[in-house]
Design a protein around this ligand. Structure first.
Ligand code: RIB
Length: 316
Protein backbone atom coordinates (compact mmCIF):
# COMPACT_ATOMS: atom_id res chain seq x y z
CA UNK A 1 0.00 0.00 0.00
CA UNK A 2 1.39 3.46 -0.87
CA UNK A 3 2.64 5.41 2.13
CA UNK A 4 3.42 8.66 0.31
CA UNK A 5 1.36 11.76 -0.42
CA UNK A 6 -2.21 11.09 -1.52
CA UNK A 7 -2.95 14.28 -3.50
CA UNK A 8 -0.89 16.94 -5.25
CA UNK A 9 0.05 19.96 -3.15
CA UNK A 10 1.86 23.16 -4.07
CA UNK A 11 5.36 23.76 -2.67
CA UNK A 12 7.15 27.11 -3.08
CA UNK A 13 10.91 26.98 -2.61
CA UNK A 14 13.33 29.88 -2.31
CA UNK A 15 16.96 28.84 -2.74
CA UNK A 16 20.08 28.47 -4.77
CA UNK A 17 21.08 26.50 -7.85
CA UNK A 18 24.76 25.54 -7.95
CA UNK A 19 26.71 23.72 -10.61
CA UNK A 20 28.43 21.09 -8.45
CA UNK A 21 32.03 20.40 -9.46
CA UNK A 22 32.48 17.04 -7.77
CA UNK A 23 35.92 15.68 -6.93
CA UNK A 24 36.15 12.14 -5.52
CA UNK A 25 39.26 11.03 -3.68
CA UNK A 26 40.64 9.16 -0.67
CA UNK A 27 41.07 12.38 1.35
CA UNK A 28 41.09 16.16 1.12
CA UNK A 29 44.50 17.73 0.40
CA UNK A 30 46.23 19.74 3.12
CA UNK A 31 47.08 23.40 2.52
CA UNK A 32 49.93 23.63 0.01
CA UNK A 33 49.50 20.01 -1.07
CA UNK A 34 48.34 18.56 -4.42
CA UNK A 35 46.87 15.06 -4.54
CA UNK A 36 45.38 12.94 -7.31
CA UNK A 37 41.63 12.29 -7.07
CA UNK A 38 39.78 9.18 -8.22
CA UNK A 39 37.02 10.83 -10.27
CA UNK A 40 35.53 14.15 -11.41
CA UNK A 41 32.00 14.99 -12.54
CA UNK A 42 29.69 17.98 -12.89
CA UNK A 43 26.13 17.73 -11.60
CA UNK A 44 23.24 20.05 -10.85
CA UNK A 45 23.18 21.04 -7.18
CA UNK A 46 22.37 23.85 -4.77
CA UNK A 47 20.22 23.13 -1.74
CA UNK A 48 17.11 25.01 -2.90
CA UNK A 49 17.27 23.57 -6.40
CA UNK A 50 17.87 20.03 -5.10
CA UNK A 51 14.91 20.40 -2.74
CA UNK A 52 12.74 21.66 -5.59
CA UNK A 53 13.61 18.60 -7.68
CA UNK A 54 13.03 16.30 -4.70
CA UNK A 55 9.61 17.86 -4.01
CA UNK A 56 8.67 17.63 -7.69
CA UNK A 57 9.76 13.98 -7.98
CA UNK A 58 7.87 13.25 -4.75
CA UNK A 59 4.70 14.45 -6.47
CA UNK A 60 4.28 18.17 -5.70
CA UNK A 61 3.67 21.09 -8.02
CA UNK A 62 6.79 23.21 -7.41
CA UNK A 63 7.42 26.95 -7.72
CA UNK A 64 11.13 27.76 -7.47
CA UNK A 65 12.30 31.27 -6.61
CA UNK A 66 15.96 31.75 -7.43
CA UNK A 67 18.44 33.75 -9.53
CA UNK A 68 20.85 32.45 -12.15
CA UNK A 69 23.54 34.17 -14.18
CA UNK A 70 23.59 34.34 -17.97
CA UNK A 71 26.05 31.53 -18.60
CA UNK A 72 26.14 27.89 -19.62
CA UNK A 73 25.45 26.69 -16.05
CA UNK A 74 22.23 28.75 -16.14
CA UNK A 75 21.29 27.04 -19.43
CA UNK A 76 21.88 23.66 -17.76
CA UNK A 77 19.64 24.65 -14.84
CA UNK A 78 16.84 25.81 -17.14
CA UNK A 79 16.99 22.59 -19.21
CA UNK A 80 16.81 20.57 -16.01
CA UNK A 81 13.74 22.47 -14.78
CA UNK A 82 12.02 22.06 -18.16
CA UNK A 83 12.69 18.32 -18.04
CA UNK A 84 11.45 18.01 -14.44
CA UNK A 85 8.32 20.11 -14.97
CA UNK A 86 9.35 23.07 -12.82
CA UNK A 87 8.34 26.45 -14.25
CA UNK A 88 10.98 29.15 -14.68
CA UNK A 89 8.40 31.90 -14.01
CA UNK A 90 10.01 32.94 -10.72
CA UNK A 91 13.67 32.61 -11.76
CA UNK A 92 15.61 35.85 -12.26
CA UNK A 93 18.47 36.18 -14.76
CA UNK A 94 21.28 38.38 -13.48
CA UNK A 95 23.40 40.52 -15.81
CA UNK A 96 25.86 41.19 -13.00
CA UNK A 97 26.53 37.87 -11.29
CA UNK A 98 27.30 34.33 -12.46
CA UNK A 99 25.31 31.21 -11.64
CA UNK A 100 26.28 29.64 -8.30
CA UNK A 101 28.88 26.89 -8.20
CA UNK A 102 30.10 24.48 -5.54
CA UNK A 103 33.29 22.54 -4.93
CA UNK A 104 32.10 19.15 -3.66
CA UNK A 105 34.58 16.63 -2.28
CA UNK A 106 33.25 13.06 -1.92
CA UNK A 107 35.39 10.66 0.09
CA UNK A 108 35.99 7.26 -1.53
CA UNK A 109 34.47 4.44 0.51
CA UNK A 110 32.45 6.42 3.07
CA UNK A 111 30.63 8.65 0.55
CA UNK A 112 30.90 11.53 3.07
CA UNK A 113 31.25 15.00 1.56
CA UNK A 114 32.80 18.41 2.19
CA UNK A 115 31.47 21.42 0.25
CA UNK A 116 32.45 25.01 -0.49
CA UNK A 117 29.78 27.07 -2.23
CA UNK A 118 30.90 29.71 -4.74
CA UNK A 119 28.18 32.31 -4.22
CA UNK A 120 26.49 33.42 -7.42
CA UNK A 121 23.43 35.40 -8.49
CA UNK A 122 21.12 33.87 -5.86
CA UNK A 123 23.40 35.15 -3.09
CA UNK A 124 22.37 38.69 -4.13
CA UNK A 125 18.61 38.14 -3.71
CA UNK A 126 17.06 40.61 -1.28
CA UNK A 127 13.67 41.23 0.31
CA UNK A 128 12.69 43.49 -2.62
CA UNK A 129 13.26 40.63 -5.08
CA UNK A 130 10.84 38.48 -3.11
CA UNK A 131 8.22 41.21 -3.38
CA UNK A 132 8.44 40.96 -7.18
CA UNK A 133 7.40 37.28 -7.08
CA UNK A 134 4.34 37.58 -4.83
CA UNK A 135 2.25 35.32 -7.14
CA UNK A 136 4.59 32.45 -6.20
CA UNK A 137 3.00 32.52 -2.75
CA UNK A 138 -0.65 32.56 -3.83
CA UNK A 139 -2.39 29.28 -3.02
CA UNK A 140 0.82 27.58 -1.95
CA UNK A 141 0.56 24.88 0.73
CA UNK A 142 4.16 24.81 1.94
CA UNK A 143 7.04 27.30 1.72
CA UNK A 144 10.60 26.01 2.17
CA UNK A 145 13.94 27.83 2.25
CA UNK A 146 17.52 27.38 3.46
CA UNK A 147 20.56 29.41 4.56
CA UNK A 148 22.20 29.56 1.10
CA UNK A 149 20.39 32.75 0.10
CA UNK A 150 20.47 36.04 2.06
CA UNK A 151 18.47 35.85 5.25
CA UNK A 152 16.58 39.08 4.49
CA UNK A 153 15.12 37.38 1.40
CA UNK A 154 14.27 34.24 3.37
CA UNK A 155 12.63 36.31 6.11
CA UNK A 156 10.43 38.11 3.56
CA UNK A 157 9.57 34.75 1.99
CA UNK A 158 8.54 33.27 5.34
CA UNK A 159 6.40 36.31 6.13
CA UNK A 160 4.66 36.29 2.73
CA UNK A 161 4.07 32.54 3.01
CA UNK A 162 2.46 33.05 6.43
CA UNK A 163 0.27 35.85 5.01
CA UNK A 164 -0.89 33.40 2.35
CA UNK A 165 -1.70 30.68 4.89
CA UNK A 166 1.14 28.31 3.94
CA UNK A 167 3.07 26.09 6.34
CA UNK A 168 6.60 27.52 6.66
CA UNK A 169 9.68 25.27 6.68
CA UNK A 170 13.23 26.44 7.19
CA UNK A 171 16.21 24.16 6.61
CA UNK A 172 19.09 25.98 8.42
CA UNK A 173 21.79 24.73 6.05
CA UNK A 174 24.63 25.70 5.92
CA UNK A 175 24.74 25.96 9.72
CA UNK A 176 24.28 29.38 11.26
CA UNK A 177 22.53 31.21 14.01
CA UNK A 178 19.34 33.19 13.56
CA UNK A 179 17.38 35.77 15.54
CA UNK A 180 14.54 34.43 17.69
CA UNK A 181 12.15 36.67 15.73
CA UNK A 182 13.27 34.88 12.54
CA UNK A 183 12.74 31.44 14.08
CA UNK A 184 9.25 32.54 15.15
CA UNK A 185 8.32 32.79 11.45
CA UNK A 186 9.07 29.05 11.01
CA UNK A 187 6.40 26.42 11.63
CA UNK A 188 9.03 23.69 11.26
CA UNK A 189 12.84 24.00 11.40
CA UNK A 190 14.77 21.06 9.95
CA UNK A 191 18.44 21.03 11.05
CA UNK A 192 20.85 18.11 10.97
CA UNK A 193 22.94 17.39 14.08
CA UNK A 194 25.56 20.06 13.30
CA UNK A 195 22.98 22.70 12.44
CA UNK A 196 20.93 21.88 15.55
CA UNK A 197 24.08 22.30 17.60
CA UNK A 198 24.68 25.77 16.10
CA UNK A 199 21.08 26.81 16.79
CA UNK A 200 20.86 25.46 20.33
CA UNK A 201 24.47 26.17 21.29
CA UNK A 202 24.97 22.67 22.74
CA UNK A 203 26.75 19.60 21.39
CA UNK A 204 24.37 17.16 19.66
CA UNK A 205 25.94 13.70 19.84
CA UNK A 206 23.23 11.51 21.42
CA UNK A 207 19.46 11.11 21.05
CA UNK A 208 19.06 12.90 24.40
CA UNK A 209 21.18 15.82 23.13
CA UNK A 210 18.98 16.01 20.01
CA UNK A 211 15.86 16.28 22.16
CA UNK A 212 17.46 18.96 24.35
CA UNK A 213 18.52 20.93 21.27
CA UNK A 214 15.04 20.64 19.75
CA UNK A 215 13.49 21.97 22.97
CA UNK A 216 15.88 24.95 22.99
CA UNK A 217 15.12 25.73 19.32
CA UNK A 218 11.37 25.68 20.09
CA UNK A 219 11.90 27.87 23.16
CA UNK A 220 13.72 30.31 20.87
CA UNK A 221 10.58 30.66 18.74
CA UNK A 222 10.30 27.83 16.19
CA UNK A 223 6.90 26.11 16.09
CA UNK A 224 8.44 22.64 15.92
CA UNK A 225 11.69 20.94 14.96
CA UNK A 226 12.73 17.94 12.89
CA UNK A 227 16.36 16.98 13.52
CA UNK A 228 17.67 14.70 10.76
CA UNK A 229 20.01 12.04 12.17
CA UNK A 230 21.36 10.33 9.02
CA UNK A 231 21.22 6.53 9.34
CA UNK A 232 19.51 6.99 12.74
CA UNK A 233 16.44 8.54 11.12
CA UNK A 234 14.89 11.75 12.47
CA UNK A 235 13.49 13.29 15.64
CA UNK A 236 10.24 15.29 15.57
CA UNK A 237 9.70 17.67 18.48
CA UNK A 238 6.90 20.10 19.30
CA UNK A 239 5.35 21.45 22.48
CA UNK A 240 3.29 18.26 22.94
CA UNK A 241 5.52 15.45 21.80
CA UNK A 242 8.90 14.01 20.84
CA UNK A 243 8.83 11.20 18.27
CA UNK A 244 11.74 9.24 16.81
CA UNK A 245 11.32 7.97 13.25
CA UNK A 246 13.75 5.22 12.20
CA UNK A 247 15.44 5.19 8.77
CA UNK A 248 15.18 2.20 6.43
CA UNK A 249 18.36 0.12 6.27
CA UNK A 250 20.44 0.06 3.08
CA UNK A 251 23.44 -2.02 2.03
CA UNK A 252 25.82 0.62 0.74
CA UNK A 253 26.37 4.37 0.91
CA UNK A 254 27.63 5.79 -2.40
CA UNK A 255 27.42 9.58 -1.89
CA UNK A 256 25.80 11.50 0.97
CA UNK A 257 25.62 14.79 -1.00
CA UNK A 258 22.04 16.06 -1.17
CA UNK A 259 20.55 13.53 1.31
CA UNK A 260 19.28 16.40 3.49
CA UNK A 261 17.81 18.06 0.42
CA UNK A 262 15.99 14.87 -0.58
CA UNK A 263 14.56 14.75 2.95
CA UNK A 264 13.43 18.39 2.93
CA UNK A 265 11.93 18.34 -0.56
CA UNK A 266 10.04 15.09 0.04
CA UNK A 267 8.90 16.29 3.47
CA UNK A 268 7.51 19.51 1.95
CA UNK A 269 5.73 17.54 -0.79
CA UNK A 270 4.19 15.11 1.69
CA UNK A 271 2.98 17.94 3.95
CA UNK A 272 1.61 19.86 0.97
CA UNK A 273 -0.36 16.79 -0.03
CA UNK A 274 -2.10 16.82 3.33
CA UNK A 275 -0.22 14.09 5.20
CA UNK A 276 0.26 14.35 8.96
CA UNK A 277 3.75 15.34 10.10
CA UNK A 278 4.90 11.91 11.31
CA UNK A 279 3.84 10.18 8.05
CA UNK A 280 5.52 13.00 6.11
CA UNK A 281 8.76 12.51 8.08
CA UNK A 282 8.64 8.75 7.47
CA UNK A 283 8.26 9.41 3.72
CA UNK A 284 11.08 12.00 3.83
CA UNK A 285 13.39 9.70 5.77
CA UNK A 286 13.02 7.06 3.06
CA UNK A 287 13.75 9.75 0.43
CA UNK A 288 16.93 10.83 2.25
CA UNK A 289 18.01 7.19 2.54
CA UNK A 290 17.52 6.57 -1.19
CA UNK A 291 19.54 9.69 -2.07
CA UNK A 292 22.74 8.28 -0.53
CA UNK A 293 22.59 5.23 -2.80
CA UNK A 294 23.38 7.29 -5.93
CA UNK A 295 26.07 9.78 -6.99
CA UNK A 296 25.46 13.49 -7.34
CA UNK A 297 23.00 15.83 -5.66
CA UNK A 298 20.14 16.54 -8.11
CA UNK A 299 20.58 13.21 -9.95
CA UNK A 300 20.09 11.31 -6.67
CA UNK A 301 16.75 12.91 -5.72
CA UNK A 302 14.38 9.91 -5.61
CA UNK A 303 10.98 9.50 -7.24
CA UNK A 304 7.78 8.90 -5.30
CA UNK A 305 7.34 5.33 -6.56
CA UNK A 306 10.80 4.38 -5.25
CA UNK A 307 10.17 6.13 -1.91
CA UNK A 308 6.87 4.29 -1.49
CA UNK A 309 8.53 0.98 -2.43
CA UNK A 310 11.27 1.45 0.18
CA UNK A 311 8.73 2.35 2.86
CA UNK A 312 6.60 -0.67 1.97
CA UNK A 313 9.69 -2.91 2.19
CA UNK A 314 10.48 -1.51 5.64
CA UNK A 315 7.03 -2.50 6.93
CA UNK A 316 7.25 -6.11 5.70
O1 RIB B 1 23.17 19.92 0.01
C1 RIB B 1 24.04 19.63 -1.04
C2 RIB B 1 24.30 20.88 -1.84
O2 RIB B 1 24.99 21.81 -1.04
C3 RIB B 1 25.17 20.69 -3.05
O3 RIB B 1 24.42 20.36 -4.18
C4 RIB B 1 25.93 21.99 -3.15
O4 RIB B 1 25.66 22.71 -4.30
C5 RIB B 1 25.57 22.76 -1.89
O5 RIB B 1 24.60 23.69 -2.13
Amino acid sequence: MPTGPKTIGIVTILGCFNADLVFAGHRLPQMGETIMGSNFSIHAGGKGSNQAIAARRAGAEVRLITALGKDSFADDARSLYAKEGISDQFIQASDLHPTGTAFVFVEDGSGENAIIVGPGAASHLGAADIETVRPAFEGTDVFLSQNEVPIAAVQRGLALARENGATTLFNPAPAGDFENSFLALCDIVTPNRLEASALANIEVATADDAQKAARIICERGAGSVVITLGADGALYFDSNSATHIAAPKIDRIVDTTGAGDAFNGAFAAALAAGNDRISAIRFATAAGTLAVTKSGAAPSMPRRTDIDALNARKKN
